[in-house]
Ligand binder design. Structure first.
Ligand code: PHE
Length: 345
């Protein structure tokens, strides 16, 4: 057995470069100086060598052992002093990191952005209103009579916050985004066109289609002359952009105290194309929003002169539209924060 000491020395030096912590240092020591290490092997081989070769190999082995001992001592000091400088210094920064999970927008935010984007493209300005509202803005100014059932505490969250403008009245969590109409008109003169997304609250027991908090998007356009046909044209364009060019849309007569005339908007069922299926409950149509021409009393309540302006308004439920668009069957999924659900969108 002959030993190439030069080669061993090179390997030792090479390996020494990568010793950055005590664990590797110990592995290095065992490999060379341990009981089953290379040095022991070399010394054991001496007895098999011809007599005249033994002194040289022995001397080389001793030199090698000394060099390795020096390396170990030096490395020990190095590692210790690095650890003393900073407790994190023995972290191996060459280990690949664990990538932090990258989040993305919630599906409801995506839908809100998409819908507002469509209306922004049609000239509407995106605005927001507060979630805590006055009874005046949420009901009275919208021509909702004092005895209307929606004013009942069973249908609206009242807060123990007195309403400074209206003696004896409490503020509330808005039950729809329509009070934003009043705020916008109090601050701006026509012509105006706004789109207002936001959260609304109703004390409903949570089930597959009800949540005590959900999102609406309100639209309002006011000018000296606005026609009902413009409302229909506008919403037809909107429905096609959101649900696809082939989508049919219809107005169904309805009643809202703050619009006259009023309508509910249906789109042809995207699943069965109007033939009737379980999603549209055999009707072929899906209800997606309420709309109408702004009631003259609403203009008065907002402080506009009588008879001067006309307007169109609409309000849609974001959860409902998202559920229809993506085939989601339970509204609670939006708010449970289950990553497996959220990651799909
Ligand atoms: N605010 C109504 C609702 O919550 C929707 C609506 C808005 C209807 C604007 C007409 C005009 O049901």
């Amino acid at each position: 057995m002959s030993w190439n000491f030069q080669e061993i020395e090179d390997t030792v030096q090479q390996e020494a470069k990568y010793i950055l912590d005590f664990q590797r240092l110990e592995a290095f020591r065992t490999k060379y100086l341990g009981r089953k290490g290379l040095l022991q092997e070399i010394y054991a081989s001496l007895s098999n060598l011809p007599h005249d070769q033994r002194p040289l190999v022995g001397k080389n082995a001793n030199d090698l052992r000394n060099n390795i001992s020096i390396i170990i001592e030096t490395k020990q000091k190095e590692i210790k002093s690095r650890q003393a400088q900073s407790p994190a210094a023995d972290i191996d920064i060459t280990i690949p990191g664990v990538a932090a999970p990258v989040g993305h927008q919630h599906i409801l935010t995506q839908t809100i952005d998409e819908i507002c984007g469509i209306f922004a493209g049609l000239g509407f300005v995106v605005q927001e209103g507060p979630e805590i509202e006055t009874e005046f803005n949420n009901f009275t100014a919208l021509n909702i009579p004092v005895d209307h059932p929606s004013r009942d505490a069973f249908d609206t969250f009242y807060l123990e916050l007195p309403d400074p403008g209206h003696q004896g009245r409490y503020q509330l969590l808005r039950s729809h985004t329509s009070p934003a109409q009043i705020r916008v008109m109090q601050k701006n003169q026509p012509p105006l066109a706004v789109i207002v997304p936001g959260r609304v609250y109703r004390p409903d027991a949570a089930d597959a289609s009800h949540s005590f908090m959900f999102h609406q998007i309100e639209g309002l356009l006011v000018n000296e002359d606005v026609k009902f046909s413009e409302l229909k044209g506008l919403l037809t364009v909107f429905c096609r952009r959101l649900f696809g060019e082939k989508t049919k849309m219809r107005f169904r007569p309805h009643f809202f105290p703050f619009t006259e005339p009023s309508a509910e908007v249906d789109i042809s069922c995207y699943i069965c194309d109007g033939k009737g299926c379980s999603v549209c409950r055999r009707k072929g149509w899906l209800e997606i929003m309420g709309c109408g021409m702004v009631h003259p009393k609403v203009f008065l309540a907002a402080g506009y002169p009588e008879g001067k302006y006309k307007g169109l308004a609409f309000g849609l439920g974001v959860e409902r539209i998202t559920m229809l668009k993506y085939g989601i069957e339970d509204i609670r999924l939006f708010f449970e924060n289950d990553i497996r659900f959220l990651e799909q969108f």
